[in-house]
Design a protein around this ligand. Structure first.
Ligand SMILES: C[S@@+](CC[C@H](N)C(=O)[O-])C[C@H]1O[C@@H](n2cnc3c(N)ncnc32)[C@H](O)[C@@H]1O
Ligand SMILES: Nc1nc2[nH]cc(C(=O)O)c2c(=O)[nH]1
Ligand code: SF4
Ligand SMILES: [Mg+2]
Length: 223
């Protein structure tokens, strides 16, 4: 199995439950979901003309739409070769769950890493059951409720991007369909650092005892 990799870099997890944890980010190229406020639009396409060799992509973060095919062993080899010290790997994108993540997650877990998958819930998650799944639900988007509910059932964390009251109502409707909502960490993530979105998220987090996720890396200008 070969995966289309957009970038591999080391930083600090800036979002959600693991905020502050050193992490290696493996960003897979391609996303068909099309969220209007997406901060990684350069990952949406998988243009054959933009395929490059792994040397061009690994070890630095960039905002290009270039990508390369890599096997789990090549991804693991790159992480080792780069001498990264983080023990936590974040699989993100793009939408990583478009791809069968079983071979990759098995290889990374066997090598001793903890794995977190960032997903929109628009594709079924095919991954080692030991992975931490962070669902950032794209309600009413691709995939439909059957897929979303299956991802919801296995997610340990729901990280919901919010800008207006409507987004809170959508999350409430989703949680009402969730068999065990209390077992999940719930984070609200203000969209694009907008002051009104942040004020709303702060207010609702306090009222509901939820967590605030502010995309710390953007405030600190980290990768
Ligand atoms: C870029 S997405 C990639 C993973 C997957 N496609 C997803 O949506 O979860 C990573 C995280 O960034 C969030 N995100 C994207 N654009 C954002 C923005 N402008 N403001 C806040 N969060 C954003 C997504 O909701 C998701 O939680
Ligand atoms: N530092 C840092 N933390 C992150 N958490 C989720 C990210 C993502 O783009 O999925 C991300 C990212 O791009 N950088
Ligand atoms: S699902 Fe994720 S990567 Fe895709 S458009 Fe939405 S936020 Fe961006
Ligand atoms: Mg990001």
């Amino acid at each position: 199995m070969r995966y289309p990799v957009n970038e591999i870099f080391q930083s600090i997890q800036g979002e959600g439950y693991f905020t502050g944890v050193p992490a290696v980010f493996v960003r897979l190229q391609g996303c068909p979901v099309g969220c209007s406020w997406c901060d990684t639009r350069h990952t949406w396409t998988l243009d054959p003309q933009l395929e490059v060799t792994p040397e061009r992509l690994v070890g630095r973060s960039n905002c290009s739409s270039s990508w390369c095919k890599m096997t789990p062993q090549q991804i693991l080899g790159s992480i080792r070769h780069l001498g990264y010290s983080a023990k936590h790997i974040v699989l993100t994108g793009g939408e990583p769950c478009q791809y069968d993540l079983l071979p990759l997650t098995i290889a990374l877990i066997d090598a001793g890493f903890t794995i977190q998958i960032e997903t929109s819930g628009t594709f079924p998650v095919e991954a080692d059951p030991g992975c931490w799944v962070t669902l950032s639900p794209k309600i009413g988007m691709k995939g439909g409720f059957e897929v979303l509910d299956s991802v919801l059932a296995m997610a340990q964390e729901i990280k919901h991007p919010v800008a207006m009251e409507k987004h809170i109502q959508q999350l409430d409707a989703l949680l009402a369909r969730c068999p065990q909502p209390h077992n999940k960490v719930i984070c609200l993530q203000p969209i694009s650092q907008q002051p009104r979105a942040t004020a709303l998220a702060v207010q609702i987090c306090i009222e509901r005892n939820w967590r605030l996720s502010v995309q710390m890396h953007k405030y600190l200008h980290l990768d």
